[in-house]
Design a protein around this ligand. Sequence first.
Ligand code: OAD
Length: 265
Amino acid sequence: MIDRTPVTPENLRAAARVLHASRCPVVLTGAGISKESGIPTFRDALDGLWAQYDPQQLATPGAFRRNPKLVWDWYEYRRELLAQAQPNPGHRALVELERLLGCLVVITQNVDGLHQAAGSSDVITLHGDIRRNKCFANCQGDPTLIDVSTLDWDRASGPPRCPHCGAYVRPDVVWFEEILPAAALERAFRVCEDADVALVVGTSGMVQPAASLPFVAKEHGAFVIEVNPLPSAITAIADWSFAGAAGEVLPRLVTALAEWVAHEP
Ligand code: OAD
């Protein structure tokens, strides 16, 4: 049985003290932190994206080559979902945490841009950004970003064509079988090696190489605090694993830190 940490005022105060004493904290987030913004996660059995769709049919270069319209339309559907989404109290709590601590790197697997929209100032996006598009051939370099608002095409036909080379335009997100943006991944590993506290929020810890980052932090001496309603692949290495939703636990954690800072001896 994996021990979870009860979300009690005492435990939150203890975690706040650990964060307050940290020199260089890092936050690692997954789809769970955006769940309370109305964005489906991936592996949730009932409403996760992968419960309704087969990722191998939608989120791979081969799927796009086989049926560019199907894949493009699926991302357009997800972008419509996102257009309604706002940062939730979990995203905003991380912005306040950055203000209280003076520095905070957020490493996210999410492509929704909600950390940036909330105001986090240092976000490493490991899997790209669904709001951006690029040439499938990256004909001008990786990535060859394309602003589709400047293009005129028959949207019913699926994706537009790259104005430089004629290849299809695709979302600027990492698909299965693809490598992550090298600079982002390299910095993410370096930050996790240096971190003395790693706050891991809303990830199942199933997808590499992102899932190895909490282990790298742990191996380099970081104190690992998890926030997730359910156990994950990270829980076993967490020093504390708060069993709760990001939108509920993170604001309470930040309030405990603010109270500690206000009354510290
Ligand atoms: P998953 O869908 O695998 O996991 C979401 C996690 O969030 C689960 O552990 C849930 O228990 C947890 N969760 C659900 N609601 C939550 C809440 N309110 N607060 C906190 N946690 C909550 O999503 P990820 O771990 O992010 O890859 O998946 C990683 C990658 O798999 C994604 O980035 C995507 C996908 O393939 C790419 O797009 C390349």
